[in-house]
Design a protein around this ligand. Sequence first.
Ligand code: BTN
Length: 258
Amino acid sequence: MELSEYLASLNLPDWRYLSETGSTNDLALAWAGEGAADGSLVLADRQTAGRGRAGRHWMTKSGAAIAMSLVLRPAEAELAYIPRFTALATLGLVSALASKGLNAEIKWPNDVLLAGRKVAGVLVEAFWQGENLEALVVGMGVNVSRGALPPAEECRYPATTIEDERGESVDRWEILAGILHSIFTYRTNLTTDAFMAAWNEKLAFKGEQIAFRLANGQAKHAKVLKVQPDGRLALQVEGQTEPFLAAAGEIEMAGRDG
Ligand code: BTN
C-alpha cells in the first residue's frame, strides 16, 4: 500500500512528505507558526540535520527509517500534562510493534527499546507565542530496516532495527500508520491514571539497579521505581525515593561511552 493510502485512513488535517530535509521538527515548528492544525504531519525520507535529545545528532538514511513530526495543539485540559506527550509517541510505537509480535519497552524519558537496544527516539519541542504554549511538535525517529543504523563504533549506545528483531522486513508506512493511530487513541486518555498505568507497564529497567547519568556527568547508582504522574522518574537512591526531571539526566546503557 502507498503512504497516501495509509494516511488517508487516519483523516489527518494535512501532511507533508519531503524526500530530503534538514530536520522534520524544524519544518513542523515553522508550520505550527503558520497555523498548522492539530494533527498535521511532516515526514521525510532522509534527514541531513536531524536533532535528538541534549543537542545530539539523529541520522535518518533514505528508505530505512521513519522520521516524523506531528504538530499537536494541547487543549486547555492537557496543558498540565505536557511531559506525557513524549510518552504518547513512545507508547504509540510500542503498540504498533506489539501488532507485529514485538515486545518493546520505554526507556524513560524518550527512547523505545527492543531486546534492550534502542530502536527509536522521541524529541518533543514547543512552539510558544509570548507566554502561550501554542503547539507541540512530537518528533520521532524509528530505525526500521537494517540499513538504518550507523556503524556500531559510531553508536553511543546499543541500537537495533525492527527488521533485525523481527527477522524479516516490515513496511515502514504500515508501522507509521500504526503509530499515529495509537497516538490518537492514547491521547483520549492522556490525563488519566490509565495513561500512567500504560506508561509504567512498559517502563524499561523497572525494579532494576541502574546508573543514572546526571547532566553534569556524575553518575548515581539507583533502582528504577516508576514514572510519577508529573512525568518525573522516581528512583531509589541510597534508600530514599528521589524524582528526576527529564532534563536532569538519563539511564545509562552499556555502550561505547557507558
Ligand atoms: C533522541 O533519541 O535523542 C531523539 C531523536 C529524535 C529524532 C527525530 S527524527 C524526526 C524528528 N526530527 C528531528 O530533527 N528529530 C526528530
